[in-house]
Design a protein around this ligand. Structure first.
Ligand SMILES: Cc1cc2nc3c(=O)[nH]c(=O)nc-3n(C[C@H](O)[C@H](O)[C@H](O)COP(=O)(O)O)c2cc1C
Length: 191
């Protein structure tokens, strides 16, 4: 509960970020998240240092070609917001008896587990979608094949010292829960 309640999506992230070996270790843990068929329908592409600028330049060139009014430097800056930009690629198994929506759900479970594991080691992260998740140019740059889909990135690093968050208060979720007997009493003859 402490890990769940003190985690935040961190906007400001600095060095250090986990190295490749530590990222892979944490991913081994996160990959135990519920996954119907154990398909692991995802992969990560890690970008650090100048690789992030290559991605930013790619997004900026695409925006300019589309006469988009977002300044290129803004897009390049966005790719430098964290020391580790982990691009998340959804790799669904087509025609599998486990439908694609379940594979996407399993991928989301894995991401949340990874965010919690990062947080438990005092790293911070934020899942960002934005332009990256719909960019054909980024797809090509990162080597996606059909039917792979870019789900944005998990930006990872260390939050500022001021980002030591208190536990969130537990929210009221009672209205998201219904007892079946309450529905049954309202429905005269369901069959
Ligand atoms: C699928 C997904 C996509 C997201 N995309 C963005 C994004 O593009 N930009 C952003 O600032 N945050 C993004 N977020 C983070 C949410 O905005 C964030 O989780 C929300 O503000 C709640 O913050 P918290 O995680 O600290 O509770 C995304 C989260 C998810 C799950």
């Amino acid at each position: 509960m402490t890990a769940i309640l003190t985690r935040r999506s961190e906007q400001v992230l600095r060095e250090p970020a986990p190295g490749d070996a530590e990222f892979t270790y944490l991913l081994q843990g996160a990959s135990t998240a519920p996954d119907h068929g154990r398909l692991r329908p995802w992969r990560w592409v890690l970008l650090r240092g100048e690789d992030r600028d290559t991605l930013g330049t790619c997004l900026a060139a695409e925006a300019a070609a589309q006469a988009d009014d977002i300044p290129g430097e803004t897009l390049r800056e966005k790719c430098r917001r964290a020391p580790l930009v982990a691009a998340l690629v959804f790799t669904p198994c087509p025609e599998h008896k486990v439908p694609e929506w379940e594979q996407l759900a399993a991928t989301s479970c894995m991401v949340h587990a990874l965010m919690l594991l990062l947080h438990a080691r005092n790293y911070g992260s934020i899942w960002r979608t934005g332009r990256l998740s719909s960019s054909p140019a980024a797809r090509r740059l990162l080597g996606l094949a059909d039917p792979e889909r870019l789900l944005g990135s998990l930006d990872i690093g260390t939050p500022e010292a001021t980002a030591l968050h208190s536990r969130r208060p537990l929210g009221d979720v009672a209205h998201h829960v219904t007892r079946f007997s309450a529905i049954r009493s309202r429905v005269a003859d369901p069959v």
